[in-house]
Design a protein around this ligand. Structure first.
Ligand SMILES: C[C@@]1(CC(=O)O)C2=NC(=C\c3[nH]c(c(CCC(=O)O)c3CC(=O)O)Cc3[nH]c(c(CC(=O)O)c3CCC(=O)O)/C=C3\N/C(=C\2)[C@@H](CCC(=O)O)[C@]3(C)CC(=O)O)/[C@H]1CCC(=O)O
Ligand SMILES: NC(=O)c1ccc[n+]([C@@H]2O[C@H](COP(=O)([O-])OP(=O)(O)OC[C@H]3O[C@@H](n4cnc5c(N)ncnc54)[C@H](O)[C@@H]3O)[C@@H](O)[C@H]2O)c1
Length: 193
């Protein structure tokens, strides 16, 4: 069985500069999922033309829109770039320009030109689960996201909040605190014990 070797991290996109190149259907889809998970993400979109829904979404979230074709100068100060244009050579140019500058880049729907993949994301308060199929089936990523959105209870966040409050009250050294928290939470997964 092949193994997913991607390493997931949870980015503070509100303090990173993200550039999306292209503002059509795919640009809208990527921006929608980015903002659904991270409503305060700092994003700029550059394109000569924008999907009307993208303009609407940008206004709601203070997203900067630049009405222009891609130029390498737009990479200045960016940490992460997502290329979504309908012109393959432009997407490849964005990819190469980013690689030269060590900027993380994703050419949407084009795995060989991705340093990272966007994932399916489930958020319940402070709890977040990211799903990857290693690029094998984005449809399955979507279905798994929908499944976990259904089955994970809304009040899972209360559990996290209560444990956070409790963890601040525990006395003892680090190991004693770890032991106390592990004993307390054992029942969450070992239902039969
Ligand atoms: C998860 C999600 C996140 C997001 O977009 O933010 C996401 N794709 C989503 C939906 C979706 N995308 C596509 C379909 C149509 C059906 C299908 O093809 O399955 C559907 C389903 C639908 O819309 O119903 C088309 C598609 N996508 C890729 C290819 C190329 C290829 O696979 O080779 C093609 C074919 C293009 C063509 O035919 O030309 C590639 C990628 N899409 C990824 C992410 C990365 C892998 C994630 C993973 O590991 O699973 C990766 C590798 C790169 C990337 O783009 O980051 C989001 C669901 C969000 C949600 O609902 O929660
Ligand atoms: N729409 C889909 O669901 C889908 C699914 C799979 C693959 N794709 C592929 O993804 C690509 C994009 O699809 P789309 O539906 O978003 O296309 P689209 O025509 O809706 O959008 C393309 C966007 O790229 C912009 N653009 C064009 N040249 C540019 C440049 N030089 N610099 C910056 N922006 C530029 C356009 O102004 C527009 O905003 C296509 O190659 C398509 O075949 C699309």
């Amino acid at each position: 069985m092949s193994q997913n070797e991607l390493y997931p991290i949870f980015l503070k996109v509100a303090q990173l500069n993200v550039l999306i190149v292209g503002g059509g259907n795919v640009g809208l889809e990527k921006l929608t999922f980015l903002l659904k998970s991270s409503p305060n993400a700092k994003v700029t979109v550059v394109a000569p033309e924008f999907h009307p829904e993208l303009i609407e979404l940008a206004q709601k979230h203070a997203i900067e829109l630049i009405e222009d074709v891609y130029k390498v100068s737009y990479l200045k100060g960016r940490h992460m770039v997502i290329a979504t244009t309908d012109v393959v050579p432009v997407n490849i140019e964005v990819y190469n320009d980013c690689k030269e500058r060590c900027i993380l880049v994703n050419v949407a729907d084009n795995p060989p030109y991705c340093d990272f993949y966007m994932g399916g994301i489930v958020t319940k308060g402070n709890i977040k689960i990211a799903i990857s199929t290693n690029g094998k089936s984005p449809t399955l990523a979507k279905r798994l996201r929908q499944f976990f959105e259904e089955v994970i209870p809304e009040n899972i966040d209360e559990l996290a909040q209560n444990l956070n409050a409790f963890r601040k009250t525990i006395k003892g050294d680090f190991q004693e605190k770890v032991d106390t928290l592990n004993t307390l939470t054992k029942g969450i997964i070992n239902k039969n014990e």
